[in-house]
Design a protein around this ligand. Structure first.
Ligand code: UN1
Length: 505
């Protein structure tokens, strides 16, 4: 049904999963199947990377670094500008492939490619703004400043749920910073990665083919990247368990990590909130992408005076959402990524009820082909252990509160710290939420849901979310090394801190 789109994106029935300056056939690793989660059927097969061919990708990036680091940053930006244009041309095809392979709805698939394009535009601007500071020296006739140099090839490990945007967050910035990239996408979404590689190759080949490399495989390939000294930076997005393993390996060799891990995002709904606005925000944040964003709303902390009224309206809205094929216009609910995700959803619903939660709506698998589940609301209480966990599915736990202090304490009382929101018309409440004693997350919103951040701001979070920041602000600094330089243009050699070290004349 989508053969034309697949062929325009260079997807064949069997594809090489290894690009190391050129496609390697066969790449020697295990074979993977890409499934359409809306039907459970195979889309195409991918031959994965082996240890040896993954090494070829590392060697390709290492060789490319030698010359790329010397290209002036605005010229590097020019290459990223061309990649952005190639993505613009491919937007509708690539967006559809994202939908086919992840099950996210059409407008979200297209939105994801738009996020890549936005990242390229951002990085082009950045290529002329890799600023260092000038620092006042305490010594006469001395000048002190800092400059930023390319760090080296970077490893980029991405998750299934944003299979291409998160690569763009990293790759577009890494490239203007002077760093080639070795990408290990999720083995659940290999085709979108292959399509992206094919699109960027139109710009990079011949000549710059070693800058962006691809190595598709499982955990062992991720660990190979994490362990390799040639990659001074590993940027990894995924579960907290994955991040812990990657961080431990990279720390062992004293490398740098940029981690974007689990979220358990909360929204405080106050008495004064605009409930219509809040309803729309909660729906998108909790049900959008079938609950499979790291920014998905998982905990609604609602003032007891509005709880019944709001939750009743929310449940009615939940029940009006019909599942459908995610590529059809107007569909809002697509599938989860795999059968195992449905099982985790079912186990979490059962466990939440065992711990004292009350099912308000949803709770079951939807009987149709593919991996669909009902968007689910569960009335919870704060000491339910499951509320502390991230289940990658559309389950929303509802908690109630009386005083804002209590709501903020409830909000912060989880191990993760990615995204957060408050809905209020009161200035004092909004400011309290944004204060140092307020939300402890990397992202804090007022009258906006927890998901759907735009690029430009630094994205990431605290605690078990891993502390990394990408996609905006000064996140580029993670991809460069800082050098502090002091120049003496006088005839004396004054020492800092007034130290004297003169030999007798
Ligand atoms: C993710 O789920 O890993 O803010 C990233 C958002 C998106 C990015 C999500 N722009 O929801």
């Amino acid at each position: 049904m989508f053969d034309d789109v697949l062929s325009r994106l260079g997807i064949k029935p069997l594809n090489s999963g290894l690009y190391a300056g050129r496609w390697m056939e066969p790449p020697g690793g295990e074979e993977l199947f890409s499934l359409n989660p809306a039907s459970g059927e195979s889309i195409a097969r991918v031959a994965g990377a082996s240890r040896a061919t993954c090494d070829a990708a590392l060697a390709s990036a290492t060789a490319a670094f030698k010359s790329w680091r010397l290209v002036p940053p605005p010229q590097r930006g020019e290459v990223v500008r061309q990649i952005g244009n190639a993505l613009r041309e491919a937007k509708s095809d690539l967006g559809l492939l994202v939908t086919l392979e992840t099950g996210k709805i059409k407008s979200e698939g297209l939105g994801e490619v738009q996020e890549m394009i936005d990242m390229c535009d951002f990085a082009v601007g950045l290529s002329r703004q890799l600023y260092g500071l000038t620092i006042a020296s305490e010594r006469p006739s001395h000048r002190m400043f800092e400059q930023w140099h390319p760090l080296g090839p970077s490893g980029c490990i991405t998750a299934f749920n944003f299979p291409v945007a998160v690569w763009a967050w990293n790759a577009a910035v890494a490239l203007v910073c002077g760093d080639p990239v070795v990408w290990k996408p999720s083995e659940l979404t290999p085709l979108t990665a292959i399509a992206v590689q094919t699109i960027v190759n139109r710009v990079l080949e011949p000549g710059l083919g070693g800058l962006l490399n691809l190595t598709i495989g499982g955990r062992d390939i991720g660990q190979q990247l994490a362990a390799d000294q040639r990659l001074p930076l590993i940027s990894a997005t995924g579960s907290t368990a994955m991040g812990r393993a990657v961080a431990a390996t990279v720390a062992q060799r004293l490398g740098r990590t940029l981690l974007e891990l689990g979220g358990n995002n909360g929204l405080i709904l106050t008495e004064s909130a605009d409930l219509d606005l809040a309803l729309r925000a909660v729906l998108f944040a909790a049900v959008g992408t079938a609950g499979q964003r790291c920014t998905t709303l998982r905990r609604l902390i609602v003032h007891e005076s509005v709880a019944d009224k709001f939750v009743k309206r929310l449940a009615a809205a939940y029940m009006s959402i019909q599942p459908g094929d995610p590529w059809e216009d107007g569909v809002l609910l697509g599938p989860l990524i795999r059968e195992s995700a449905v099982q985790q959803f079912e186990a979490a619903v059962t466990e939440a009820q065992r711990q004292g939660g009350a099912l308000i709506c949803g709770g079951s698998r939807i009987k149709r082909p593919g991996f669909y589940v009902q968007p689910t609301i569960i009335a919870a209480h704060p000491d339910m252990a499951i509320v502390q966990q991230e289940t990658f599915a559309p389950i929303l736990y509802v908690l109630t509160y009386r005083a804002l202090d209590e709501a903020i304490a409830l909000h912060n009382n989880v191990p993760q710290g990615l995204s957060s929101a408050i809905f209020t018309d009161r200035f004092l409440e909004a400011e309290q939420f944004l204060s140092a004693a307020g939300s402890d997350c990397g992202i804090a919103n007022v009258n906006i849901g927890t998901s759907g951040a735009e690029i430009g701001g630094a994205f990431g979070g605290e605690k078990e979310t891993g502390g990394g920041r990408e996609a905006g602000s000064d996140a580029w600094k993670a991809y460069m090394r800082r050098q502090t330089c002091t120049l003496n243009y006088g005839g004396d050699l004054p020492l800092a801190q007034g130290v004297k070290f003169d030999i007798a004349p």
